[in-house]
Design a protein around this ligand. Structure first.
Ligand SMILES: *[C@@H]1O[C@H](CO)[C@@H](O)[C@H](O)[C@H]1NC(C)=O
Ligand SMILES: *[C@@H]1O[C@H](CO)[C@@H](O)[C@H](O)[C@H]1NC(C)=O
Length: 366
């Protein structure tokens, strides 16, 4: 009897913790006592409610059905990559900068990302340039208020903050949707990269030192693109070759830009994350990772092969949605399901896709 309970003791108090140390993914081990303040710039891939707050565009249920059980303005059934990364640090979700109701908290940072944003043109809401201008306003106002109001981000926290950028997908998508030739799409990439460079430089000149930059995913694997494009030149995964080639060229330019900025900007940590490789692996090997139909939207209209119809998109009258238990990669034809985002987050947190190989909790203090 004694030995029995002893073995129980051994199992629960010694072996289990040991096993979990060995087998559980990184976030569980997170020793992040003080997460960094996070500022995020981007498009729908990281918009946590900015479009709805800023422009009032409805984002209807079933968006949000899996995690929040209501629509939060995120284009997904649940959490986005940015949410999962924040949670890995035990940090709260980022409030959209434009949120005006419910007393949004900005003590942990702010999210400037808005659905549909691109880098160009520069002065159209909410281009990357505009998002940076909003940040400058946010920073100036915070520092002004820090002496009178408590709970504001001070200058030191701005310097130690983590600045995240996830942009470029819409620049590429916009070029293609204007029927640009492939050569014209490619020709526009350097000016898009220059916008990202300008953004990082501005933040650096403001004292920012920590940057986390996502490259762009395989645009040609999105059900929306697959259903809209007439002349399909498909790769071995069934994705649009030209779209993915353009995304890869953009990413190669972004990787080199990060390399260049690392040597130019003294004391800066600039982490480049290959989200493309993670997402393409998920599409190519979906079965292995427990997913099915990687090129079909869960929420949309029209059924296989893509379940996407531009006239009946997710949340619009007449949409159809897959069962909650099904593990599809694409939520609405453009954005990923929470299940897919969770896969992507686990890979991002593994550091295997980061250059330099920097752990996401590197920016925690203590
Ligand atoms: C692009 O080409 C398609 C098919 O040729 C056509 O239906 C569409 O109207 C064109 N779009 C633009 C913006 O010119
Ligand atoms: C799919 O998985 C195989 C085997 O693990 C791997 O070699 C391959 O690189 C993966 N495909 C992609 C596109 O990552």
């Amino acid at each position: 009897m004694l030995s029995h309970s002893l073995s129980h003791f051994f199992f629960f108090f010694l072996l289990l913790p040991l096993l979990s140390l060995l087998f559980l993914p990184h976030p569980v081990l997170c020793q992040c006592k003080r997460p960094p303040v996070i500022f995020n710039f981007g498009d729908s891939n990281s918009d946590t409610g900015g479009l709805v707050a800023g422009l009032g565009f409805p984002v209807n249920f079933p968006n949000g059905r899996t995690f929040f059980r209501r629509s939060t303005g995120r284009l997904s059934d649940g959490r986005l990559l940015i949410d999962l990364l924040c949670q890995s640090l035990n940090a709260g979700f980022l409030s959209p900068y434009l949120d005006s109701l419910g007393g949004p908290k900005f003590t942990n940072g702010a999210n400037f990302a808005v659905v549909g944003s691109s880098t160009l043109p520069r002065y159209v809401p909410f281009s990357l340039n505009i998002q940076i201008m909003q940040f400058l306003r946010f920073k100036a106002r915070s520092i002004e208020l820090v002496t009178t109001a408590g709970n504001m981000i001070d200058d030191e926290a701005f310097r130690n903050a983590l600045y995240m950028i996830d942009m470029g997908q819409n620049d590429l998508a916009d070029s293609f949707s204007k029927n640009f030739s492939y050569a014209q799409v490619v020709k526009r990439i350097p000016s898009v990269l220059r916008e990202i460079q300008n953004a990082v430089k501005t933040l650096y000149n403001e004292g920012g030192r920590n940057f986390w930059i996502h490259n762009t995913g395989p645009l040609g694997c999105l059900p929306q693109k697959l259903s809209l494009v007439q002349d399909k030149d498909l790769d071995s995964c069934g994705c649009l070759s030209a779209y993915n080639s353009a995304a890869k060229l953009f990413n190669e330019g972004l990787r080199r830009l990060c390399l260049e900025m690392r040597s130019e900007m003294k004391g800066a940590n600039i982490v480049y994350v290959d989200v493309y490789a993670i997402k393409y692996d998920l599409v190519a090997n979906s079965t292995k990772y427990g997913f099915s139909n990687p090129l079909m939207a869960c929420c949309g209209y029209g059924g296989a092969p893509y379940n996407y119809n531009i006239k009946v998109t997710c949340g619009q009258p007449g949409y159809q949605v897959c069962d909650e238990g099904s593990k599809l990669v694409s939520w609405d034809g453009i954005h990923y399901t929470e299940a897919a985002n969770t896969f992507v987050a686990s890979k991002v947190l593994s550091t295997a896709y980061s250059t330099p190989r920097t752990s996401f909790d590197f920016f925690c203090s203590g």
